[in-house]
Design a protein around this ligand. Structure first.
Ligand code: FPP
Length: 154
């Protein structure tokens, strides 16, 4: 796909993960299958945003030139804890799985940041999140922000 030179400069998009259950229902599948599809789409979008930056700024790989490109995923809200335990468990498993294999972190110029109160999450997940943030802190390309256990109310 062709993009104008400045297309990805300062790109900042927000994505609320939604419709996973409906996607599954319309295909006669369990809701967890919809969450799995949602996680795959999350990965595709983040990788695509990374590719956009490479296309536009192939020769100028520094944060200023790339205009701090960022993508925000709103993955799991405080309200979402009210779902059946089985569904919450499946979402958390998928989250961990995609954090581990979601990107080729070592070879991609992607910085990962998490938003929301992570203290309510499984300690193993928290450790993984902290490591990803630390390991990717000096990356200069796309910033992928993932909101987990986030809420709009104080
Ligand atoms: C909303 O769809 C989706 C969620 C509440 C969970 C999304 C989280 C994951 C798929 C885990 C993986 C996340 C990442 C960032 C790797 P919905 O269930 O509200 O759909 P519906 O409106 O059709 O019921």
């Amino acid at each position: 796909m062709e993009h104008p030179k400045d297309f990805a400069k300062g790109l900042s998009i927000g994505i609320i993960m939604d419709g996973n259950g409906r996607w599954a229902k319309s295909r006669g599948l369990p809701r967890t299958a919809g969450h799995k599809k949602g996680a795959q789409v999350f990965q595709d979008i983040a990788n695509y945003c990374d590719e956009l930056g490479k296309i536009a700024y192939l020769t100028k790989a520094n944060r200023t030139e790339q205009g701090n490109r960022s993508v925000y995923f709103y993955a799991f809200s405080t309200e979402n804890w009210k779902r059946p335990a089985e569904e919450v468990g499946a979402i958390m498993r998928l989250f961990g799985e995609y954090l581990i294999k979601g990107f080729d972190y070592k070879n991609r110029n992607i910085r990962i940041c998490f938003m929301g109160d992570r203290t309510a999450l499984d300690p193993k997940l928290q450790k993984l999140m902290n490591e990803l943030e630390t390991d990717s802190a000096s990356k200069t390309g796309l910033t992928v922000n993932i909101a987990v256990n986030y809420g709009g109310r104080p």
